[in-house]
Design a protein. Sequence first.
Length: 255
Amino acid sequence: MIQILNKILRKTTKNIPIPKYGLPNARNVLVIAPHMDDDIVGCGGTIHMMVQGGTEISILYITNGCSGNSKMQYDEQLGNIRKLEAENAAFYITGDKCKNLFYLNISDSSLLKHIDQTDVLKDIFAQDEYDAVFVPYAIDIHPDHRATNYLFVNALEQMGQINNMVIYFYEVWVPLIPNFVVDITSCFEEKCRALKMHESQISAKNYLGMIGCLNGYRASFADRNEMLYAEAFYKCSIEEYIQIVNDVRYNLICK
Protein backbone atom coordinates (compact mmCIF):
# COMPACT_ATOMS: atom_id res chain seq x y z
CA MET A 1 0.00 0.00 0.00
CA ILE A 2 2.91 2.35 0.75
CA GLN A 3 4.23 1.80 -2.78
CA ILE A 4 0.86 2.78 -4.22
CA LEU A 5 0.58 5.94 -2.14
CA ASN A 6 4.14 6.90 -3.03
CA LYS A 7 3.32 6.67 -6.74
CA ILE A 8 0.42 9.06 -6.22
CA LEU A 9 2.11 11.49 -3.84
CA ARG A 10 5.38 11.91 -5.72
CA LYS A 11 3.51 13.64 -8.53
CA THR A 12 3.34 16.79 -6.43
CA THR A 13 5.98 18.97 -4.81
CA LYS A 14 3.40 20.37 -2.39
CA ASN A 15 3.12 19.21 1.20
CA ILE A 16 -0.58 18.65 0.58
CA PRO A 17 -1.61 17.69 -2.97
CA ILE A 18 -3.91 20.34 -4.45
CA PRO A 19 -6.57 18.87 -6.76
CA LYS A 20 -7.97 20.48 -9.86
CA TYR A 21 -11.61 21.58 -9.73
CA GLY A 22 -13.91 21.20 -12.69
CA LEU A 23 -15.97 18.67 -14.65
CA PRO A 24 -14.45 15.76 -16.56
CA ASN A 25 -14.07 16.58 -20.25
CA ALA A 26 -15.51 13.45 -21.85
CA ARG A 27 -18.07 12.75 -24.52
CA ASN A 28 -18.68 9.03 -23.86
CA VAL A 29 -18.25 7.57 -20.36
CA LEU A 30 -18.52 4.11 -18.84
CA VAL A 31 -19.15 3.87 -15.10
CA ILE A 32 -18.20 0.50 -13.61
CA ALA A 33 -20.09 -0.22 -10.39
CA PRO A 34 -19.33 -3.34 -8.35
CA HIS A 35 -22.76 -3.13 -6.72
CA MET A 36 -26.07 -1.57 -7.71
CA ASP A 37 -25.73 1.76 -5.88
CA ASP A 38 -21.96 2.35 -6.02
CA ASP A 39 -22.41 4.49 -9.13
CA ILE A 40 -24.68 6.88 -7.26
CA VAL A 41 -22.66 6.91 -4.03
CA GLY A 42 -19.32 7.45 -5.75
CA CYS A 43 -20.12 9.71 -8.68
CA GLY A 44 -23.87 10.32 -8.93
CA GLY A 45 -23.54 14.10 -8.90
CA THR A 46 -20.79 14.06 -11.51
CA ILE A 47 -22.85 11.75 -13.72
CA HIS A 48 -25.79 14.16 -13.48
CA MET A 49 -23.67 17.18 -14.39
CA MET A 50 -21.88 15.46 -17.27
CA VAL A 51 -25.17 14.40 -18.83
CA GLN A 52 -26.40 17.98 -18.54
CA GLY A 53 -23.32 18.98 -20.54
CA GLY A 54 -24.00 16.46 -23.30
CA THR A 55 -21.87 13.51 -22.18
CA GLU A 56 -23.20 10.03 -22.95
CA ILE A 57 -23.23 7.76 -19.89
CA SER A 58 -23.29 3.96 -19.75
CA ILE A 59 -23.15 1.93 -16.54
CA LEU A 60 -21.90 -1.61 -15.95
CA TYR A 61 -23.07 -3.37 -12.78
CA ILE A 62 -20.77 -6.22 -11.83
CA THR A 63 -22.70 -8.12 -9.14
CA ASN A 64 -26.32 -9.29 -9.20
CA GLY A 65 -27.37 -7.96 -5.77
CA CYS A 66 -28.91 -11.24 -4.64
CA SER A 67 -26.86 -11.26 -1.43
CA GLY A 68 -27.19 -7.55 -0.72
CA ASN A 69 -28.74 -8.03 2.71
CA SER A 70 -27.41 -7.82 6.25
CA LYS A 71 -26.98 -11.61 6.51
CA MET A 72 -25.40 -11.95 3.02
CA GLN A 73 -27.90 -14.72 2.25
CA TYR A 74 -28.73 -15.44 -1.40
CA ASP A 75 -32.17 -14.11 -2.35
CA GLU A 76 -33.07 -14.06 -6.04
CA GLN A 77 -36.08 -11.82 -5.42
CA LEU A 78 -33.81 -9.25 -3.77
CA GLY A 79 -31.59 -9.34 -6.85
CA ASN A 80 -34.59 -8.50 -9.03
CA ILE A 81 -35.58 -5.67 -6.68
CA ARG A 82 -32.08 -4.23 -6.70
CA LYS A 83 -31.92 -4.34 -10.49
CA LEU A 84 -35.16 -2.36 -10.73
CA GLU A 85 -33.88 0.10 -8.11
CA ALA A 86 -30.63 0.55 -10.05
CA GLU A 87 -32.47 1.17 -13.31
CA ASN A 88 -34.77 3.73 -11.72
CA ALA A 89 -31.87 5.53 -10.06
CA ALA A 90 -29.70 5.48 -13.19
CA PHE A 91 -32.40 6.91 -15.40
CA TYR A 92 -33.32 9.49 -12.78
CA ILE A 93 -29.77 10.76 -12.28
CA THR A 94 -29.24 10.96 -16.05
CA GLY A 95 -32.62 12.53 -16.78
CA ASP A 96 -33.72 9.43 -18.74
CA LYS A 97 -30.64 9.80 -20.94
CA CYS A 98 -28.64 6.79 -19.76
CA LYS A 99 -27.17 5.32 -22.94
CA ASN A 100 -26.69 1.71 -21.80
CA LEU A 101 -27.06 -0.42 -18.69
CA PHE A 102 -24.92 -3.56 -18.65
CA TYR A 103 -24.95 -6.44 -16.15
CA LEU A 104 -22.27 -9.02 -15.40
CA ASN A 105 -24.49 -10.85 -12.86
CA ILE A 106 -21.75 -12.23 -10.60
CA SER A 107 -22.77 -13.14 -7.05
CA ASP A 108 -21.96 -10.58 -4.35
CA SER A 109 -18.71 -11.11 -2.44
CA SER A 110 -17.52 -13.79 -4.87
CA LEU A 111 -16.03 -11.54 -7.54
CA LEU A 112 -12.43 -12.45 -6.75
CA LYS A 113 -13.20 -15.95 -8.05
CA HIS A 114 -14.44 -14.54 -11.37
CA ILE A 115 -11.87 -11.95 -12.39
CA ASP A 116 -11.11 -13.94 -15.54
CA GLN A 117 -14.67 -13.49 -16.86
CA THR A 118 -13.66 -10.68 -19.18
CA ASP A 119 -15.82 -11.46 -22.23
CA VAL A 120 -18.65 -9.05 -21.34
CA LEU A 121 -16.21 -6.20 -20.72
CA LYS A 122 -14.38 -6.87 -23.95
CA ASP A 123 -17.69 -6.94 -25.84
CA ILE A 124 -18.69 -3.60 -24.31
CA PHE A 125 -15.46 -1.99 -25.52
CA ALA A 126 -15.74 -3.67 -28.92
CA GLN A 127 -19.17 -2.09 -29.43
CA ASP A 128 -18.31 1.46 -28.37
CA GLU A 129 -15.40 3.83 -27.85
CA TYR A 130 -15.16 5.34 -24.37
CA ASP A 131 -12.87 8.24 -23.55
CA ALA A 132 -13.31 7.96 -19.76
CA VAL A 133 -14.06 5.14 -17.33
CA PHE A 134 -15.03 5.54 -13.67
CA VAL A 135 -14.04 2.74 -11.28
CA PRO A 136 -13.99 2.30 -7.47
CA TYR A 137 -10.79 3.11 -5.60
CA ALA A 138 -8.17 0.38 -6.02
CA ILE A 139 -7.56 0.04 -2.27
CA ASP A 140 -11.17 0.25 -1.14
CA ILE A 141 -11.82 -2.00 1.85
CA HIS A 142 -14.60 -3.92 0.08
CA PRO A 143 -13.09 -6.97 -1.69
CA ASP A 144 -15.60 -6.71 -4.57
CA HIS A 145 -14.38 -3.16 -5.24
CA ARG A 146 -10.76 -4.27 -5.47
CA ALA A 147 -11.70 -7.32 -7.55
CA THR A 148 -13.63 -5.08 -9.98
CA ASN A 149 -10.33 -3.39 -10.78
CA TYR A 150 -8.54 -6.74 -11.20
CA LEU A 151 -11.26 -7.81 -13.63
CA PHE A 152 -11.02 -4.57 -15.61
CA VAL A 153 -7.22 -4.75 -15.80
CA ASN A 154 -7.44 -8.34 -17.04
CA ALA A 155 -9.78 -7.16 -19.80
CA LEU A 156 -7.55 -4.19 -20.69
CA GLU A 157 -4.47 -6.38 -20.93
CA GLN A 158 -6.31 -8.81 -23.20
CA MET A 159 -7.67 -6.03 -25.42
CA GLY A 160 -4.35 -4.24 -25.80
CA GLN A 161 -3.80 -0.50 -25.79
CA ILE A 162 -6.85 1.76 -25.82
CA ASN A 163 -5.63 5.19 -26.81
CA ASN A 164 -6.54 8.38 -24.94
CA MET A 165 -8.89 6.79 -22.42
CA VAL A 166 -8.78 8.37 -18.96
CA ILE A 167 -9.51 6.55 -15.70
CA TYR A 168 -11.22 8.14 -12.68
CA PHE A 169 -11.10 6.34 -9.34
CA TYR A 170 -14.13 7.23 -7.21
CA GLU A 171 -14.76 6.91 -3.47
CA VAL A 172 -17.23 4.63 -1.72
CA TRP A 173 -15.95 3.06 1.51
CA VAL A 174 -12.48 4.63 1.67
CA PRO A 175 -11.45 8.26 1.00
CA LEU A 176 -8.78 8.55 -1.66
CA ILE A 177 -6.03 11.12 -2.31
CA PRO A 178 -7.76 13.22 -4.99
CA ASN A 179 -6.28 15.12 -7.90
CA PHE A 180 -9.67 16.05 -9.37
CA VAL A 181 -12.76 17.37 -7.56
CA VAL A 182 -16.24 18.14 -8.90
CA ASP A 183 -18.52 20.65 -7.19
CA ILE A 184 -21.91 18.92 -6.94
CA THR A 185 -23.62 21.49 -4.72
CA SER A 186 -26.16 22.36 -7.42
CA CYS A 187 -27.27 18.73 -7.84
CA PHE A 188 -26.68 17.18 -4.44
CA GLU A 189 -30.43 16.91 -3.87
CA GLU A 190 -30.77 14.98 -7.14
CA LYS A 191 -28.02 12.63 -5.98
CA CYS A 192 -29.87 12.07 -2.69
CA ARG A 193 -33.14 11.38 -4.51
CA ALA A 194 -31.41 8.86 -6.77
CA LEU A 195 -29.88 7.11 -3.77
CA LYS A 196 -33.28 6.96 -2.05
CA MET A 197 -34.47 4.85 -4.97
CA HIS A 198 -32.20 2.09 -3.63
CA GLU A 199 -34.75 1.46 -0.90
CA SER A 200 -33.54 -2.05 -0.09
CA GLN A 201 -30.12 -0.67 0.79
CA ILE A 202 -30.83 2.60 2.57
CA SER A 203 -33.28 0.80 4.85
CA ALA A 204 -30.36 -1.28 6.14
CA LYS A 205 -27.58 1.32 6.26
CA ASN A 206 -27.46 5.12 6.46
CA TYR A 207 -26.02 5.73 3.00
CA LEU A 208 -27.65 9.15 2.83
CA GLY A 209 -25.78 10.20 5.93
CA MET A 210 -22.61 8.73 4.50
CA ILE A 211 -22.68 10.72 1.26
CA GLY A 212 -23.66 13.87 3.13
CA CYS A 213 -20.59 13.53 5.33
CA LEU A 214 -18.24 12.42 2.55
CA ASN A 215 -19.30 15.02 -0.01
CA GLY A 216 -19.45 17.75 2.62
CA TYR A 217 -15.97 16.80 3.83
CA ARG A 218 -14.62 17.06 0.29
CA ALA A 219 -16.18 20.49 -0.21
CA SER A 220 -14.76 21.81 3.07
CA PHE A 221 -11.23 21.56 1.69
CA ALA A 222 -12.00 23.80 -1.27
CA ASP A 223 -12.01 27.09 0.67
CA ARG A 224 -14.95 28.17 -1.48
CA ASN A 225 -17.93 29.33 0.54
CA GLU A 226 -20.37 28.53 -2.24
CA MET A 227 -19.21 24.89 -2.46
CA LEU A 228 -21.14 22.73 0.00
CA TYR A 229 -20.80 19.27 -1.57
CA ALA A 230 -18.18 17.75 -3.84
CA GLU A 231 -17.11 14.40 -5.28
CA ALA A 232 -13.42 13.53 -5.34
CA PHE A 233 -11.50 11.42 -7.86
CA TYR A 234 -8.03 10.28 -8.74
CA LYS A 235 -7.57 10.80 -12.48
CA CYS A 236 -4.90 8.83 -14.33
CA SER A 237 -3.87 7.29 -17.62
CA ILE A 238 -4.52 3.65 -18.48
CA GLU A 239 -0.83 2.89 -18.00
CA GLU A 240 -0.78 4.34 -14.49
CA TYR A 241 -4.11 2.69 -13.69
CA ILE A 242 -2.83 -0.76 -14.62
CA GLN A 243 0.32 -0.21 -12.58
CA ILE A 244 -1.61 0.92 -9.49
CA VAL A 245 -4.09 -1.96 -9.67
CA ASN A 246 -1.39 -4.58 -10.20
CA ASP A 247 0.55 -3.15 -7.25
CA VAL A 248 -2.55 -3.66 -5.10
CA ARG A 249 -3.29 -7.05 -6.58
CA TYR A 250 0.14 -8.56 -6.07
CA ASN A 251 1.33 -6.78 -2.91
CA LEU A 252 -1.66 -6.73 -0.56
CA ILE A 253 -1.63 -9.57 1.97
CA CYS A 254 -5.44 -9.68 1.75
CA LYS A 255 -6.44 -9.55 -1.91
